[in-house]
Design a protein around this ligand. Sequence first.
Ligand code: SF4
Length: 239
Amino acid sequence: MTTMNAMDRAAPALDVAALDARLQTASPLEIIAAGLDAFPGRIAAVSSFGTESAVLLHMIAQLDKATPVLFLDTGHLFEETLAYRDTLAEQLGLTNVQTFSPDPAALAAQDADSSLWAENPDACCALRKVEPLARALGPYAAWINGRKRYQAATRTAIPFVEQDGARVKFNPLAAMGRDDLLAYMDAHALPRHPLEKHGFASIGCMPCTTRVKPGEDPRAGRWRGKAKTECGIHFGDGI
Ligand code: SF4
């Protein structure tokens, strides 16, 4: 007998390509609203609480402050990021920010001395980001993230809506540029990540984040000196 898991039972008959096409002229807020409408109770946002995260979170808060916001604490984050998470959540009135961490047993087995990032960053990201995010997204059929096309050469073709394995992924900020984001944050007086003023344009884990020089790609400070540019998951501005 064939059994169906919760995801199969919950999966809507959604034409992802058609929805993406329909949203081509929609605003970011309208794209988020379309996601919330299409997956009531079965969609979460994922945020790194990085330098641009306030924009997406502010939009979500306008629509539904109880939207689940999933945050990964890799164990290597800056203290400032954890403080910024709390500041933003309180200021925006977000009531369902959930923090996920790496599995303690897996950490003990694979990275007991916390040096895996130096020896094998792909394995470190798999342990500290990919697995916890997969666990965090387990109950959901869709997710919203903050990636933008302008951020890097690897992100220039991001659609507004895409199939991501078993889930549908919404990228409502895909078409926004850096100036749009800054204008939005100014217009809404949103608090800025405390490390931004110290030259950090894209903030992830402490060992793998460096300051960015004027004129550099915003993500140039990530895994500097290594071929690595992505961690295997796609949050938006910090991961
Ligand atoms: S960004 Fe660096 S420290 Fe963070 S999980 Fe990836 S390799 Fe590890």
